[in-house]
Design a protein. Structure first.
Length: 187
């Protein structure tokens, strides 16, 4: 397993090793021990999976407020997505900046998104499945979203008219959001 830095501090690409032969391939998609060796000490408690039937389906930008905020480890197990993390920690030197990574069933890459970041993805193929681990259980009272097309962030999703849920269509702009993340510099 390899950890690859992104342009956002604390957001990483995780690249598991694949072992293949004439039958196909095998890879460990999660190992607490191997992540710890990479400096990631997150204890995941729940696995989630989504299915999107149509290319251009956009889910996001989602997060859970503290005290139930979530770190995520995201992978695409069927099809392909552009996975996005946006820094929404007040006072962060990278506040409002985002990173986008293509995750596919073929490349096996995963995106590690810590607390304090909004998350979303758009499907690049029909019949796409995404799985992700979280380190905190779903808490409806803390569940929040921000508009995917908020000009404060300017995320380039690659689609003009994505397919959205009612929740995502009604999500507030960042200036109207009640997110409660504050950047804490590590010394």
């Amino acid at each position: 397993m390899q950890k690859i830095d992104t342009r956002l501090t604390d957001v990483f690409i995780i690249e598991p090793k694949r072992f293949g032969d004439h039958r196909g391939w095998f890879m460990e998609t999660y190992s607490a021990e191997k992540l710890l060796a990479l400096g990631i000490d997150t204890q995941f408690v729940q696995d989630n999976q989504s299915f999107s039937a149509q290319k251009g389906t956009l889910r996001g930008l989602h997060f859970q407020n503290a005290p139930k905020s979530q770190t995520k480890l995201v992978r695409c197990t069927r099809g392909a997505i552009i996975d996005v993390a946006v820094d929404i920690r007040r006072g962060s030197p990278q506040y409002g900046q985002w990173v986008a990574v293509e995750l596919t069933a073929e490349n096996g890459l995963q995106l590690y998104i810590p607390k304090g970041f909004a998350h979303g993805f758009v499907t690049l193929t029909d019949d796409t499945e995404v799985q992700y681990k979280v380190d905190e259980y779903y808490a409806p009272d803390c569940d929040r979203s921000i508009r995917y097309d908020d000009p404060t962030f300017g995320v380039d999703w690659g689609f003009k008219d994505p397919i959205l849920s009612d929740k995502d269509l009604k999500a507030p702009w960042v200036q109207n959001s009640d997110f409660n993340f504050v950047y804490e510099e590590m010394i």
